[in-house]
Design a binder for this molecule. Sequence first.
Ligand code: S3P
Length: 168
Amino acid sequence: MKVFLVGFMGCGKSTKAKQLANLLECTVIDIDAVIVSQEGMSIADYFAANGEAAFRDLESKTLKTFNYPDTCVVATGGGLPCFLDNMQWMNENGITVYLEMTPPQLGSRLHNREKRPLIKGMDDEQLLAFIVGKLEERNPFYHPSKLAINAFDLEPKALLEEINSLKG
Ligand code: S3P
């Protein structure tokens, strides 16, 4: 089983991926972390040096060419499902889970804005307005996930039970 966690910046994909992989005793893969280690630079530096379009090509290529073990949990970047055919590819290759949160919940969790190029330098008010607009734009891409679940205060065991119940 491969589980792909998708959702907006700050919804806890990386943390939940680690917790889930712990419960399943399997490997965790973070697509952003794979890019950082392959490119030898942060995502913010990659954006600054090459622009967003180059980043989107690279994240799609990384998603589709990574040598995944049979069982693993994959944390994806917040924009990854919204570009190219990435969402379709994930749905064909594993179980997609949308970790949903409301804009205020996301805003309250996005403290480290400097490392995220799309929200760098925003104050709280600007951030909330950005989240509301971007989430509306991105929700149609996130929602073809096999499972959508509110991720605020979500216990890893409850998440695993929901995923297992999909398999009937
Ligand atoms: C992005 C989200 C980031 C990272 C990049 C772009 C986005 O990942 O991939 O900064 O477009 O929402 P996180 O969701 O892990 O912050």
